[in-house]
Design a protein around this ligand. Structure first.
Ligand SMILES: [Zn+2]
Length: 306
């Protein structure tokens, strides 16, 4: 269908062309469906509004994320699946509510069906586990005062979080924290604590245990970060190669510590990479020694040039 405009020129209106195409297509679909025995066809159900609504929800995520990268998209998709779509439709859009549960149907079934609780277990076979353990660098406790203080400082923070997580358990508290903050390794904490209760002094064996776990995390992260079950695999190896000397009859303290430390490490690592990618971190003199950090830095230079 073509029109003559005021100047006498023949013009083709794209929306009309699209409309004609839609009518042709619908006719073809109907012929096909009729042959299959359908008695009616609701053309209303052929719209793309659910797709448009879904993309609107993705763009709405994190404030106004109008131009997401593939990774952004995946992350938003996952979060939205869990959090329910933020808005049912994009405000001011020409989409109607699609009334679908969409991807949430599976989640609903998953959450509402009673299932026998099974512990998450890694699928790593013994040979792989052993070869990984053999490749790990041996841990030697640092004697450098600066490193010692840094580790103790983070260990104090982790101990505080762990106690919050575990709840009121005197035995765990005793295993994780120390009342007196004497000793050279506690210098940082003494300086940083504004009030005596704001920072905790970690118990010395917990502090040493934390240092050991934290020493292994980077290597394990590099080994597992390209596959599935990163946290689970890291925790599994850490559980096999380390030993926390204290226990509590109510809590599996070692497992709780490992789970928390791995989580803490992965989060810190990823946050750091994101900062490098955004150009918010400057490399140390001589460049990044860490492969992933270095890769992120190279990428960020490409992005920031644009
Ligand atoms: Zn306990």
């Amino acid at each position: 269908m073509k029109f003559k405009n005021i100047n006498g020129k023949i013009v083709d209106v794209p929306s009309v062309r699209g409309w004609l195409q839609t009518l042709h297509s619908l006719r073809k679909i109907w012929f096909k469906l009729e042959k299959e025995g359908f008695t009616f066809m609701s053309t209303r159900n052929f719209n793309q509004d659910p797709v448009e609504n879904f993309f609107a929800a993705i763009r709405n995520h994190q404030g106004r994320n109008i131009n997401p990268t593939c990774n952004n998209f995946i992350a938003s998709f996952k979060t939205l699946t869990i959090n329910n779509f933020q808005t049912i439709r994009s405000p001011g859009s020409n989409c109607e509510e699609d009334g679908s549960d969409g991807v949430l149907t599976n989640l609903k079934t998953f959450m509402c069906t009673e299932q026998e609780h099974t512990e998450l277990e890694t699928t790593m076979d013994e040979r792989t586990a052993l070869s990984i353990i053999n490749r790990l660098k041996k841990y030697v406790a640092s004697k450098e005062l600066l490193n010692l203080n840094l580790d103790t400082y983070i260990a104090g923070f982790v101990a505080k979080k762990l106690i919050q997580k575990i709840g009121n358990c005197d035995k765990c508290k005793k295993n994780l924290t120390s009342v007196s903050g004497t000793g050279v390794q506690n210098t940082f904490i003494r300086f940083r604590a504004y009030s005596p209760k704001s920072l905790l002094f970690p118990e010395s064996s917990f502090s040493a245990y934390f240092s050991e776990l934290y020493f292994h995390c980077p290597q394990l992260f590099d080994m597992f970060c390209t596959g599935n079950n990163l946290k689970l695999n890291m925790s599994y190896i850490l559980k096999r190669i380390t030993h926390f000397p204290h226990d509590c009859n109510k809590h599996n303290l070692q497992d709780i510590i490992i789970e928390f430390v791995t989580h803490f490490y992965i989060l810190a690592k990823v946050r750091n990479i994101v900062k490098i990618l955004k150009g918010l971190r400057q490399p140390p003199p001589g460049g990044y020694k860490d492969y992933l950090n270095n890769l992120a830095f190279t990428k960020s230079k490409m992005f920031l040039k644009k």
